[in-house]
Design a protein around this ligand. Structure first.
Ligand code: ARG
Length: 495
């Protein structure tokens, strides 16, 4: 946008910054200094040191909040109108100005970020408003502080972003369900200690990821409850003197209630800590899943093939195809944990109420959000595109005595206490290893040497599909258990 705003607001005197900004674009205007035009200039006798200005500015990153800042300012303007602090005309002028600024910032993109030296997004919007509408712009901040303003902006922003993340989790879950449905009888070894343990279906493994994500979803949704309080009206720390209708502002902004204590309101960042905690747990899950699939993509496992567009090669080794996306999901988990730790550390020593330290809450939050959102977006796509190498999976079930527990269970059903059954089968496994012979190769007659309880029907134990079938209780790996689980999930997804 060009600086069309040379037109002055109704009856406004040119302010110093207006005179200064006669250049074609306000956005290219360097900071209004050297003469200072800070909101607090009344009390000060010199301009801010340029290094201090750089050190204290948050505009380069909190600019991201502009929509929410303006949304909050519009609701506040309406409340000032209701409180009789603005005429209808003044109110409409301010709202029109704010909407214009929103459109300008949306259109300007990066330019504004590079050019503006305003301390933060709040001062930027306020300065632009006064440039646009003149002196009446100075009424916007009545009964408000940046302390309650930023608390509001962050809540509005995080409410939207949390909902986005919740939706993104759903997309990954839907993709998992589709893959699970077509892999009810795809057999592979389940692992404990990364050693082959018992046969499971691929669907079972995929639904495990679903459940981890379901807990993440519910944690995030739960956090929205505590986010759902409107801070504006708390002022700098003690409230406002103008009888601002806080409930009305809350309604206008879609909050169920207003925050209770103004001191707490301007110093509280629990909602960010809570989001980052949930995000850290989510990333921990994604990282574990990524680790599974990094292993699965190796020649040693060979259980999946990743699409080329999700991998990169090596600059030196021509044969390489590396699972970079998965590795970076695992790797970037560290920065989300870092954000959580940054916030907890930031907050632990702060006295009530607002302290400038709190400005440091934003970059870790934004960084974590960017990371979580791209990880989820990529994973949803990856789940749809991955190809499962079912023969390799089946082949892997052939070794590792996956059915040893089933053999012990057989003896239990014949009346042997489990501990003894375990010992008997342990001996069979040892002999099998010594003789280099798979356990399935023992005949019922030979097995009787280990225990007289073995009968002809023991060969039923040696079927993988049979082993799956036996796990048909709720939560087990039997196809019918998984089917029931998927039916339940689908009902939930529809609701
Ligand atoms: N940029 C500040 C922040 O992010 C806004 C509040 C500044 N308040 C103040 N009293 N300096 O927290």
């Amino acid at each position: 946008m060009a600086r069309k705003s040379k037109k002055k607001g109704p009856g406004a005197e040119k302010t110093r910054s207006q005179k200064k900004s006669a250049s074609p674009s306000s956005l290219l205007t360097p900071h209004p200094s050297p003469a200072f035009t800070k909101a607090w200039e009344g009390r000060f006798t010199e301009s801010t040191d340029p290094e201090v200005e750089r050190f204290t500015s948050s505009f380069s990153f909190d600019r991201r909040l502009y929509r929410y800042d303006i949304q909050g300012s519009i609701a506040h303007t309406e409340a000032l109108g209701r409180a009789g602090l603005l005429t209808e005309e003044e109110r409409d002028t301010l709202i029109r100005g704010l909407k214009e600024i929103e459109a300008e910032i949306a259109a300007e993109g990066e330019l504004i970020q590079a050019a503006s030296a305003d301390e933060d997004i709040h001062m930027h919007v306020e300065r632009r408003l006064s440039e646009k509408v003149g002196e009446v712009g100075g009424k916007l901040h009545t009964g408000r502080s940046r302390n309650d303003q930023i608390a509001l902006d962050l809540r509005l922003y995080l409410r939207d972003e949390t909902r986005t993340v919740v939706e993104q989790i759903r997309s990954v879950q839907r993709a998992l369900i589709v893959q699970a449905e077509s892999n009810l009888d795809t057999l592979l070894p389940g692992y404990t200690h990364l050693q082959r343990a018992q046969p499971i279906s691929l669907a079972h493994q995929l639904l495990a990821y679903y459940e981890m994500l379901e807990r993440d979803r519910s944690r995030l949704i739960d956090s929205l409850k505590r986010l759902d309080q409107m801070p504006l009206g708390a002022g700098a720390l003690s409230g406002n003197s103008f009888g601002i209708d806080r409930e009305g502002v809350a309604r206008a902004l879609g909050f169920s209630e207003v925050t209770a204590n103004s001191l707490d309101t301007v110093s509280d960042r629990d909602f960010i800590v809570e989001f980052l905690s949930a995000a850290s747990i989510l990333m921990m899950h994604l990282s574990r899943w990524a680790e599974d699939w990094i292993l699965w993509a190796s020649s040693e496992f060979g259980f999946i093939a990743l699409p080329d567009r999700f991998c990169t090669g090596s600059s030196m080794m021509p044969q390489k195809k590396n699972p970079d996306v998965l590795e970076l999901i695992r790797g970037k988990t560290g920065r989300v944990y870092g954000s959580l730790l940054a916030l907890l550390t930031l907050l632990k020593g702060l006295p009530l109420s607002y302290n400038r330290d709190l400005q440091e809450d934003k970059e870790p939050l934004f960084n974590a959000l960017d990371t979580v959102k791209s990880a989820l977006r990529l994973l949803a796509d990856l789940v749809r595109q991955v190809s499962f190498k079912k023969e390799r999976m089946l082949e892997a079930t052939g070794e590792g005595f996956l059915l040893a527990t089933d053999l012990a269970d057989y003896l239990v059903l014949k009346g042997l206490p489990f501990r003894q059954a375990h010992k008997v089968v342990g001996k069979i496994v040892r002999r099998s290893l010594e003789e280099g012979r798979p356990m399935e190769a023992w005949t019922p007659a030979e097995l009787q040497a280990f225990s007289p309880l073995f009968e002809g029907d023991v060969i039923d134990c040696f079927s993988l599909a049979g082993a799956l079938q036996r796990k048909r209780g709720p939560g087990g790996t039997a196809p019918q258990s998984i089917e029931a689980e998927i039916r339940k999930i689908k009902r939930k997804l529809k609701a």
